[in-house]
Design a protein around this ligand. Structure first.
Ligand code: N01
Length: 545
């Protein structure tokens, strides 16, 4: 006798994507349960409350474009909103969707196992007091950057001062921001200079008695261009949201920046230099995602822009040796995620800031007093680890996910990731991923692109409901063909030939030294076209029964 599931669908994760997916399913008449490991909604914005945390997307394009009520009601206070404001926005969105009541909190999923006889998943939790639940479909909205990664440093647990990972920052119990920690006058050490480290360092330099930055590979950083959001601009945005949606949908990564449809060397030098200058001073990812079309694929064009940004660093950092240490040597401009900054380079001109170049020395260990290098001990009161994440697949790997015949998703992925549009893996019927490996939303303005994926999946679920489908699974051949396509697109860009979290490299995780296809870097329009084609051809590549 077959068993009916407790729920039609379970959504794992109450971040931006999970909340919207749960809402769509509920509105379609599915009996849905949301489960969230933490005690509240917000995903990364709930956890990343480090000083300086803010979005690198223009505020107006970061959010729920589909929600007219919210879009008309909400006025951003800054052009690039800070973390507390983004979290407030998510809370307000959840209120409008009335979605909180559909979620169970402090419910950390330990395993999800497919029951072939009944076409459902049994989901078990880490908390012993939570009974397992069953669901026909599982939507995992775990986030590509949500499993914090600490460095492998000897003695890390011996430090006697305070230490924090940026993605696990203490919270203000009564508000949306960080706990009121006082770093004034303290000796602070920061490890990591990715987007997070850069934002943290800028803020710490303002208050720390002494700040020591432990720098391994520097990144190419460009100005953020933040400032207050003028009320007239906000009015214009509210009246013209379609214009912004269209701009994002037409762009490579869902931001309001488009590449110049010319090759760099086809433009006279005066003109190209003036353009690069304008883009450097422009907001957000103007230079990364808005320069000449060949900068991210042609090594010579890329070298030209890298040299341009290197000159900027030399102009802004007074000590030439420090400037050289801050200029990346292992990759060209835009081959890794470009951190956006506000006065970051000038921090290194301050008397209270020192840089320890880990290319000329190394961290031997953490001691109770601080961080030790062969030259001596850096005494510290606080250590901040801005060392990033077990990116993209980390959060899925932490759950024991079992498909047909008991196969493990983790084991499958160890042999190489194969997905169909980043949404599903062969052998795992009814298990969907939002912003997972190879999804178009991983190399994109996440709320914009994840909404596209959620809307697409929701349409498929409407079709499934109407025709009484109990089981949805991609054909292996279709998935292999998609993954091959994603791999080919990745190899055309210089970033596909560079070690970073984009390509799955992480020096802190054993075995993560080979590049893989974790992102779909072909761009938002291409990804959408692929998904639309699958849908228009009767969900080709899927077996539904
Ligand atoms: O993490 P990262 P992140 N010794 O992996 C260093 C998004 N984000 O949290 O490069 C010394 O980029 C490591 O050094 P190296 C955004 O997509 C968005 O900064 O391995 N250093 C690197 O410098 C971003 O890309 C926003 O040599 C060590 C750093 O730690 C993604 O999150 C804001 C080390 C890790 O950088 C991840 O960014 C912030 C060691 N042992 C982040 N181990 C918004 O815009 C690691 N490092 C919303």
């Amino acid at each position: 006798m077959t068993r009916d599931p407790d729920f039609d669908a379970v959504v794992i994760g109450a971040g931006l994507s999970g909340l919207y997916q749960a809402y769509r399913l509920r509105e379609m008449g599915y009996r849905v349960l949301g489960v969230e490991a933490s005690d509240d909604i917000g995903g990364v914005w709930h956890h990343n409350r480090y000083p300086g945390c803010r979005i690198d997307s223009e505020s107006e394009v970061y959010g729920y474009f589909w929600n007219d009520e919210l879009m008309q009601e909400w006025s951003w206070s800054e052009r690039f909103a800070a973390q507390p404001e983004v979290l407030r926005y998510i809370h307000r969105a959840a209120e409008i969707m009335d979605i909180r009541k559909d979620f169970l909190f402090d419910a950390k999923v330990a395993s999800a196992a497919f029951d072939e006889e009944n076409d459902l998943y049994t989901i078990e939790f880490q908390q012993p007091y939570r009974a397992p639940v069953t669901a026909r479909f599982v939507f995992s909205a775990l986030g590509p950057l949500s499993t914090p990664q600490m460095p492998n440093l000897p003695g890390i647990n011996t430090f006697a001062g305070e230490s924090f990972h940026t993605a696990n920052w203490p919270r203000d119990p009564d508000g949306f921001g960080p706990a009121p920690l006082d770093f004034t006058g303290k000796r602070v050490g920061v490890i990591g200079v990715g987007s997070t480290g850069v934002q943290t360092i800028q803020e710490m330099a303002k208050v720390a008695g002494h700040l020591t930055v432990f720098l391994r590979d520097p990144n190419w950083c460009t100005p953020l261009g933040n400032g207050p959001m003028a009320p007239e601009r906000m009015d214009y945005i509210k009246a013209n949201y379609e214009e912004f949606t269209a701009k994002c949908d037409a762009s490579l990564a869902g931001f309001p920046h488009e590449f110049i449809q010319k090759d760099l060397f086809d433009v006279p030098q005066d003109e190209r230099d003036a353009t690069l200058e304008e883009l450097y001073q422009g907001p957000g990812f103007s230079l990364w995602l808005g320069a000449y079309q060949d900068v991210l694929s042609d090594p010579a064009a890329n070298r030209y822009v890298s040299d341009f940004v290197a000159r900027k660093i030399r102009e802004r950092v007074t000590d030439p040796a420090v400037a050289e240490a801050l200029i990346p040597k292992d990759h060209g401009f835009g081959m890794k995620r470009v951190p956006l900054e506000t006065g970051y380079y000038e921090v290194y001109n301050q008397d209270n800031v020192d840089l320890v170049d880990l290319h000329t020395t190394s961290i031997t260990r953490v001691t109770p007093e601080g961080i030790e290098t062969p030259e001596g001990l850096h005494e510290l009161d606080v250590i901040i680890y801005a060392t990033g994440f077990d990116a993209v697949k980390g959060s899925w790997n932490k759950i024991d996910i079992r498909g047909v015949g008991g196969i493990s998703l983790r084991d499958e992925w160890d042999g190489g990731i194969t997905t169909y549009m980043g949404m599903q893996c062969p052998g795992f019927p009814n298990f969907f991923m939002l912003v997972g490996p190879q999804s178009g939303a991983t190399f994109c303005n996440i709320p914009r692109c994840s909404a596209l994926a959620i809307d697409w999946l929701s349409d498929m679920m409407i079709t499934a409901k109407e025709s009484g489908v109990r089981r949805i699974e991609p054909e292996r051949e279709a998935a292999e063909s998609f993954t091959l396509y994603a791999g080919k697109l990745q190899s055309k860009l210089l970033l596909g030939q560079t070690n970073s979290w984009f390509t799955g490299i992480n020096q802190n995780i054993p075995g993560r030294d080979k590049r893989e296809v974790l992102l779909f870097v072909g761009g938002n329009p291409r990804f959408r076209a692929y998904c639309d084609d699958v849908k228009e051809h009767g969900y080709k590549g899927y077996v539904m029964s």
